[in-house]
Each structure stands twice: as C-alpha cells, then as structure tokens.
Design a protein. Structure first.
Length: 55
C-alpha cells in the first residue's frame, strides 16, 4: 500500500519546505508559544501542588 501524497508533494513543492534548523523555518508564534507554555505548566503543576500540601 502506497502512502497518500501530501499537499506539498502533490503541488511539487516538497523541495521548497525548509527544515527545522533552517534560517527560513519560522513556526507560527502564537500557537507554538501557547503549546509550549501549556506543556510546561502541565509538567510543573503536579510538583507544585505536592510541595504546597506538604507544608
């Protein structure tokens, strides 16, 4: 079974997409920062509540 074509491959633009470490790669700021902050909060919150309850 062949994998489905991506839009970039279908449009012939596959070689024009910059990689993660390219100076031309720039993620959308708002969703990227929001996702990062939510992930950090999810990681830290359980530890903070344990510390607060122990005191």
């Amino acid at each position: 079974m062949k994998p489905p074509k991506t839009k970039a491959k279908h449009d012939g633009m596959l070689n024009h997409i910059p990689g993660n470490h390219s100076s031309r790669f720039a993620p959308a700021l708002h969703p990227t920062i929001e996702t990062g902050v939510m992930a950090m909060l999810a990681a830290v919150t359980p530890g903070l509540s344990e510390t607060t309850q122990a005191q």
